[in-house]
Design a protein around this ligand. Sequence first.
Ligand code: HEC
Length: 123
Amino acid sequence: MTDRSTRTFVALAATVALLLPVAGINAAQKKKPAPKKPAPVKKADPKAGMALFASEGCKTCHKTKDHADGGAMADLSKVGAEHTAAQLTAFIKNPAAKAPAMPAFKGSPDALANIVAYLLTQK
Ligand code: HEC
């Protein structure tokens, strides 16, 4: 190699050496998954739960303080004092063992959380 071509080569190599890590960093940044935003914590809404209690058919079989005209299968007007949210949630999703006459709730987790929040007002 002549002096000139050596210099050109060194200059090119230096340029490539400088650019490669930059490209590498960019690629790494692109691959990184976007930071997960925490899911917004929705507070269960007992008022919505009270409406769901009627629209989901619970009222057909159950009375509460607000649904005195509900069915007579079981009066739930004290159920919030007798059970925790976790107990109520588990039971309503799968009542078969304790209450074979009661259908399992098939609605959304949000709807169930609202119904449970409503039942917890029954004390
Ligand atoms: C077809 C009638 C029927 C429907 C509809 C029904 N249930 Fe029930 N439920 C029952 C029966 C029967 C029991 C058992 C009562 C008992 O053991 O004294 C029960 C028990 C319960 C209990 C437990 C009460 C306790 O003191 O342990 C809860 C809570 C409950 N139901 C909530 C609901 C909710 C919420 C819905 C609507 C998503 C619903 N039920 C729909 C019949 C029904």
